[in-house]
Design a protein around this ligand. Structure first.
Ligand code: TRP
Length: 643
């Protein structure tokens, strides 16, 4: 070999080594890239939410928010759900250890969500109502409270109180204290118009408000929150929600509210009058707090954050200055609007006022007494409105507290977040916190862990597709064509009511023989849609009779050979169909009789008959006194005679 050849070989070997190094470097790089691609691939998990299980692709992210976000959009939720892996809640820390991405972990995520827009229990058994009472700091309605209410109002307790459908409260005892002291109170409830007809679930709070209004003979204000529905429902236009407001108001009015004591207002029209308290609430709430309370996140529209203050505001009486004061001057006409002096002189606080406050209060009352006389709901002068009070100072506080009238809100428990927020803000703003009375939900006809909804009305065949959640018209031809209706609207025909009821989840045995021998298949009446509905809507049947019917349904024939005595799932359903058809027919008749002019009159800004209860109470007391005097006189005469 020549020297030259030797050099060539050396160079070649060097070159080969270099190439080998490059190749192995590239292999390492490729491997890394491959790993990166693998780990960024979304993984598929099964998610159980709102009574259905769906496969959801979730990105591998160490942020819990990202996973919640994927599930939120997969199930069309408005707010972020709480997630569980098995029994374990997925917290930030738990998520950071990324158990979902290791292969030996079950990939079924369960969702729990409880917000005013989405309600879903994580378990088959449904919503844990007792847990909500503890979680939200509420109290159960007990016998004693019901008896006190009956004694005070002279009205028998509503079946919904007796049967535990309206089951918890915050401060209902305080309302009864006020009534005992002769103070006035007012009722507040509302409806977000998102369909042209109300469904059975929507009617509850209005039927109950009607009952309470009759019992307390007080003013009732009803918020038609068309702004809420416009903001929260992507598919609705302002024109849509305005139209729905008018139609829904007719449904609400069909409950028979007394126009001299009821004010129904559309937020779109009325917002200016209650803008002052709305502003105070907005100023004192942070976006961070709202995100926590309601499950909003950075991607939520800004309108989400303003909405809660608009629902909370009517729970403070100063949102209705024309009814409760403080009076104000209409800039355009110069007219004074509102009462001339506060309605409640003796409004006692729960805690004893401190000495300093006592002095201030005395001063405030003196100013009130010096206020000018009222004339037809209008005020001549408004000295008292600007009278100084300790509440007038500080961060956006006002002198409105002396005009405060206590509010009571009857509604379903999912609305509590708003009024918990009012509670927190009330003391810092110097307003009394609203009291509440909460009901359970009218369940979904499928017997599941969610509430009846205007937007999820199609049965199993359609509910698996995303289209189910976009429907917002009453169950009519469309529902009939696509599946069984899940929701019963007040405008439904008997035929469509029957179809919905018959499609409902039932615990009954499959055959007559089975039912006779063993009774119901599942021994839990709460799971039976028709029976749960009977407990809510059959208000005529005595409680004991209904309980006996349920007992027989669970037990079977118990040796009784008479087939006509056997309670089958069909027996319950037939009974319910009759009750609901009756309810709907009566409603439709009353609704038809309401004219557009009557609707407009109900929504007009006007003074209402606020004092009736107090006057009636005073009259009653006067009559009692007179009777007692007469008795005394007679007794005296008797003794005189004897002597
Ligand atoms: N947010 C309620 C809904 O979606 C409507 C509503 C407005 C309401 N104000 C209220 C309900 C006060 C109860 C109490 O339908």
């Amino acid at each position: 070999m020549s020297v030259n050849d030797e050099n060539d070989v050396q160079t070649l070997l060097k070159r080969v080594k270099e190439l080998e190094e490059t190749i192995s470097q590239q292999a390492v790089q490729l491997n890394e890239q491959k790993k990166k691609i693998e780990s960024s691939k979304p993984i598929s998990v099964d998610v159980h939410c709102k009574n259905m299980t769906r496969t959801v692709m979730v990105a591998r992210s160490d942020k819990l928010e990202d996973i919640q976000g994927s599930i939120k959009s997969a199930f069309n939720l408005t707010t972020m759900p709480t997630l569980y892996l098995g029994e374990k809640q997925i917290t930030e820390e738990y998520w950071a250890s990324a158990p979902l991405f290791t292969s030996n972990v079950p990939k079924l995520i369960k969702c729990e969500i409880f917000s005013p827009w989405d309600v879903a229990g994580s378990e088959e058994s449904g919503i844990d109502y007792d847990k909500l009472v503890t979680q939200f700091g509420l109290k159960h309605i007990d016998h004693e409270l019901i008896e006190r209410f009956e004694r005070l109002t002279g009205m028998p307790a509503h079946p919904w109180l007796r049967r535990g459908f309206f089951y918890c409260h915050r401060g209902f005892d305080l309302i009864l204290d006020h009534l005992e002291q002769g103070n006035i109170i007012y009722l507040y409830t509302g409806r977000g118009p998102s369909s042209t007809s109300l469904h059975l679930g929507h009617m509850i709070q209005f039927m109950f408000a009607k009952y309470l209004q009759d019992a307390f003979k007080c003013v009732l204000v009803i918020q038609m929150s068309n702004d809420e529905k416009f903001i929260f429902k992507k598919e609705l236009s302002i024109e849509d929600v305005e139209h729905m407001t008018f139609e829904n108001t007719k449904d609400v009015m069909a409950c028979g509210f007394d126009p001299s004591r009821t004010f129904i207002f559309s937020d779109l029209d009325y917002i200016g009058a209650m803008y002052r308290p709305v502003l105070r609430l907005l100023k004192n709430t942070t976006a961070h707090t709202e995100s926590k309370i309601y499950g909003f996140d950075g991607s939520s529209p800004a309108g989400f954050y303003t909405w809660p203050s608009i629902q909370a505001a009517p729970s403070f009486s100063c949102s209705f200055p024309h009814l409760f004061g403080p009076p104000y001057t209409d800039t355009t006409t110069g007219a004074a609007i509102g009462p001339c002096k506060p309605w409640n002189r003796k409004l006692k606080r729960k805690e004893e006022p401190k000495k300093e406050e006592e002095k201030e209060e005395k001063k405030a009352i003196e100013t009130k007494e010096a206020a000018p006389k009222e004339e037809g709901g209008k005020v001549q002068k408004q000295k008292s409105a600007s009278s100084s009070s300790s509440k007038g100072k500080g961060k956006g506080k006002s002198n409105e507290s002396q005009w405060a009238v206590q509010c009571l809100i009857p509604c379903a428990i999912d609305q509590d977040p708003y009024f918990r927020m009012s509670l927190d803000l009330a003391s810092s703003l110097g307003f009394p916190a609203p009291c509440t009375l909460y009901s359970r939900f009218v369940p979904d006809l499928s017997g599941g862990a969610t509430k009846m909804s205007a937007s999820a009305q199609l049965g199993a065949s359609a509910s698996n597709s995303d289209s189910a959640s976009s429907s917002s018209t009453p169950s009519g031809k469309a529902a009939a064509a696509q599946g069984t209706p899940k929701t019963i609207f007040m405008s439904d025909t008997p035929k469509s009511i029957a179809r919905a009821v018959n499609s409902g989840f039932s615990i009954g045995a499959d055959t007559k023989k089975d039912q006779a021998e063993n009774g119901a298949k599942i021994k839990d009446l709460k799971r039976d849609a028709a029976f749960s509905y009977l407990e809510i809507f059959d208000l005529e049947t005595p409680d004991e009779e209904l309980a006996e019917l349920g007992r027989k349904y669970l037990a079977g024939a118990e040796g009784d050979p008479d087939e006509s005595h056997l309670v089958m799932s069909g027996t319950i359903k037939q009974r319910l169909i009759k009750v609901l058809c009756d309810l709907a027919a009566k409603h439709q008749e009353r609704r038809k009789a309401i004219t557009d002019e009557q609707v407009r009159a109900m929504m007009r800004l006007r003074p209402l008959d606020i004092k009736r209860l107090i006057e009636e109470k005073a009259k009653e007391a006067q009559m009692e006194k007179e009777k007692e005097c007469e008795k005394k006189d007679e007794a005296e005469k008797e003794t005189e005679k004897k002597e």
